[in-house]
Unconditional design. Structure first.
Length: 274
């Protein structure tokens, strides 16, 4: 295990929250997931490695396209949900392991994909070198990762709304995390250094669905890792005022389909020479 801090977090409160709200997160990212699956171009019979598979959604979607899928994640709570979801499906297995160091076998997969699961490596170059080794010659990689925090309206809106009540300056720390691949140049450097070629980093802007209404969206965001770390440092009364302000800020984004706020991601594709 190389990513000990991340393993601790994803097997703790963060992982338990994601596991308990798996359907909510799937609905949140419903406009983004098709971009990933289309870019992966999965064919029946192909072997797919799903990195940071979480609660199994992308693994199941790959299996629906006829692939044989291995989903890996650090989080035991989330993998338990994934196994329950896939109980009736064929061609899928899940493993709790650290993809940065796990030996998947050289050339064992046709496709490596990930939906927001590759930004947390302690050593990204080592991790992607390991994943490149797992691809067959000519194999493909496709993943989604977040653009800069400031480009993600739903994140900026949340921080701006609570800022009059709490200090938000430490919302995003250094090191591994959701926005560690925000810079395209850094992404290309890592992937080419890992032995991949044909690296493409394409912008995808789609709305994320936060909840059915503004109050639910504010509650959902407050319990996510970014706001939770901030708000738990303050008395409950202060935190409630901040969340109330967030709910008010989200009202203009209510639609018949729920609270929709723009996100900004990178859709990254590459291949192994051969």
């Amino acid at each position: 295990m190389a990513n000990e801090d991340e393993a601790r977090d994803w097997n703790g409160e963060t992982g338990r929250y994601w596991a308990a709200h798996a359907d909510h997160y799937d609905a949140m990212q419903a406009h983004l997931t098709p971009h990933l699956l289309d870019a992966a171009r999965i064919e029946p019979g192909e072997r797919v490695l799903d990195i940071g598979c979480g609660c199994g959604t992308t693994s199941l979607l790959a299996a629906e396209r006829g692939a044989k899928v291995l989903g890996v994640d650090l989080s035991a709570p989330m993998l338990a949900v994934a196994r329950d979801r896939a109980a009736e499906a064929g061609g899928i297995r899940f493993e709790q392991t650290d993809a940065q160091v796990h030996d998947f076998g050289e050339g064992s997969f046709d496709v490596v994909l990930s939906r927001f699961g590759v930004m947390f490596f302690e050593d990204p170059l080592a991790a992607f070198t390991n994943l490149t080794r797992a691809l067959r010659p000519g194999g493909r990689m496709a993943f989604l990762c977040w653009q800069d925090l400031r480009e993600n309206r739903y994140r900026v809106l949340a921080l701006d709304a609570i800022a009059p009540y709490v200090d938000t300056s430490g919302a995003i720390g250094p090191g591994p995390g959701p926005f560690s691949f925000a810079r395209p140049g850094y992404l290309r450097e890592i992937l080419t250094g890992a032995g991949l070629t044909g690296v493409a980093v394409d912008a995808v802007r789609e709305p994320v669905r936060l909840a059915a209404d503004a109050a639910g969206a504010a509650d959902f965001l407050r319990r996510g890792a970014m706001l939770r770390v901030i708000l738990e440092r303050y008395p409950a009364e202060t935190a409630e005022r901040a969340v109330g302000a967030l709910a008010e800020a989200l009202v203009p984004y209510e639609t018949p389909d729920g609270v929709l706020v723009e996100s900004a991601t990178w859709l990254v594709t590459a291949r192994k020479p051969g």
